[in-house]
Design a protein around this ligand. Structure first.
Ligand SMILES: Cc1cc2nc3c(=O)[nH]c(=O)nc-3n(C[C@H](O)[C@H](O)[C@H](O)COP(=O)(O)O)c2cc1C
Length: 351
C-alpha cells in the first residue's frame, strides 16, 4: 500500500509517503530561500507523494523564530511559488502548513539554544489565549482580546488565499505541538471565561472559526488537513478522548485529514517514545471519528510503514527525520518491498 497511489479528497498522491513539516529557521525576513527550493525539492525528486513546507507563519508575530518562513506578503508568495512549482513538476503534491506560534513565538533557532528572545535580540511579546507563560524564563504572553482573535482568523484567511496563489495543493492548519491553536484547545494553557474557554466546544471555537475562514479562500474539495496533538501527556490536559470528539466536529466542518501528533503544551512531559508511538492515536481517530488520518513519529522502516497501512491504522505515513537522513526513502522502500517506482528521467540510468 505504501507505494500505491491514494486519493484524499480530490487530490491523487502518487504514493502514501509524506514529508512532515520541518522548521528550517532559514528565512531572513520570513521569505523562503534557495535552501527551501533544494531541501523540499530534493524530497520531491526522491519520490515522496506529498511534500509539506515547514510551519509557515500567517503573521510576523506568529513565527516561532525570527528566521521562520511566512506567507503574509506578496514577496513570500513569489518565493513559495517557485518552490511549489518545482515540487509539483517532480510529480509530488505540494502542501503548506499554516501556523501561529502563540506563546511559543519569539524564540531562537535550536542550534543557538532555542530559548526565548527579548526585544533587544530581535524578539517580540507573544500572544496566547491566557497570560500564562510556556515555561520558566519565557515571557508572559498577552491574552488575545476579541480584536486580537479576529485578526488571527483574518490572517489565516488571507494566508489561505496566498497559498492558493503560490500554487499549493494542500493546506494543513497547525493545531498541534503547543502552538496557538493547541493553546486554545488545552485547558492547561486556556483559562478563558469567555466563549473561547471552558467547554470543549468553546476551546475548539478558534480552530473552527479559522477553518471556516480558510474555507472561504480554499473551498472544498481543495484538500484541507489539520495537525492535532492527540494528548498533552500531562495531568489535567488535552487528551485523546477530547481529540476524537474534536475530530468528529472537524469532519463535519469539511476537514479532509487529521494529522495525528502529540505533545507540546507543557515543557517536560513524560512521553513513552518508541517506534510508531503515535500510531494508536491515528488509529483511534480514524475508527472512532470516521475521518482519514495521517500518522507520524518514529516511523523509519518501509515494512513498519506498510504494516501500519495494512492494519488500517492510518491512510498515509508522514516522516520527518527519516526524510532528512534519506531523501530517497521511497526508493529504498520500493527496493525493500519488492516494488518499483519511477525515477526522474534525468536519473533513470542510475536505476
Ligand atoms: C527539524 C524539525 C523541524 C520540525 N518542524 C515542525 C514544523 O514546522 N511543524 C510541525 O508540525 N512539526 C515539526 N516537526 C515535527 C515533525 O514534523 C514530526 O512530527 C516529528 O519529528 C516526529 O516525526 P519523525 O519521528 O519522523 O521525525 C519538526 C521536526 C524536526 C525534526
Amino acid at each position: 500500500m505504501l507505494l500505491e497511489p491514494v486519493t484524499l479528497g480530490t487530490l491523487k498522491l502518487r504514493n502514501r509517503t509524506v514529508v512532515s513539516p520541518m522548521c528550517q529557521y532559514s528565512s531572513p525576513g520570513g521569505v523562503p530561500t534557495d535552501w527551501h527550493l533544494v531541501h523540499l525539492g530534493s524530497r520531491a525528486v526522491g519520490g515522496a507523494g506529498l511534500v509539506f513546507t515547514e510551519a509557515t507563519a500567517v503573521s510576523p508575530e506568529g513565527r516561532i523564530s525570527p528566521e521562520d518562513t511566512g506567507i503574509w506578503n506578496e514577496r513570500q508568495v513569489a518565493a513559495w511559488s517557485r518552490v511549489a512549482r518545482f515540487i509539483r513538476g517532480q510529480g509530488a503534491a505540494a502542501g503548506i502548513q499554516l501556523a501561529h506560534a502563540g506563546r511559543k513565538a519569539s524564540t531562537d533557532a535550536p542550534w543557538r539554544g532555542g530559548g526565548p528572545l527579548d526585544a533587544g535580540h530581535g524578539g517580540w511579546t507573544p500572544v496566547a489565549p491566557s497570560a500564562i507563560p510556556f515555561d520558566e524564563g519565557y515571557p508572559t504572553p498577552v491574552a488575545l482580546d476579541a480584536n486580537g482573535i479576529a485578526k488571527v482568523i483574518e490572517d489565516f484567511r488571507a494566508a489561505a488565499q496566498r497559498a492558493r496563489e503560490a500554487g499549493f495543493e494542500v493546506i494543513e492548519i497547525h493545531g498541534a505541538h503547543g502552538y496557538l491553536i493547541h493553546q486554545f484547545l488545552s485547558p492547561l494553557s486556556n483559562t478563558r471565561t469567555d466563549q473561547y474557554g471552558g467547554s470543549l466546544e468553546n476551546r475548539a471555537r478558534l480552530l473552527r472559526e479559522i477553518i471556516a475562514a480558510v474555507r472561504e479562500n480554499w473551498p472544498a474539495p481543495m484538500p484541507l488537513w489539520v495537525r492535532l496533538s492527540a494528548t498533552d501527556w500531562a495531568q489535567g490536559g488535552w487528551d485523546i478522548g477530547e481529540c476524537v470528539q474534536l475530530a468528529r466536529l472537524l469532519r463535519a466542518d469539511g476537514v479532509d485529514v487529521i494529522d495525528c501528533s502529540s505533545g507540546g503544551t507543557v515543557p517536560h512531559p513524560k512521553i513513552p517514545v518508541g517506534p510508531g508511538f503515535q500510531v494508536p492515536f491515528a488509529a483511534r481517530i480514524r475508527r472512532e471519528a470516521g475521518i482519514p488520518t495521517s500518522t507520524v513519529g518514529l516511523i523509519t522502516e518501509p515494512r513498519q510503514a506498510e504494516e501500519i497501512l495494512q492494519r488500517g491504522d492510518a491512510d498515509v505515513i508522514e516522516m520527518a527525520r527519516e526524510f532528512l537522513r534519506d531523501p530517497y526513502f521511497p526508493r529504498r522502500a520500493a527496493k525493500e518491498l519488492g516494488e518499483s517506482i519511477r525515477a526522474p528521467e534525468q536519473y533513470e540510468r542510475a536505476w
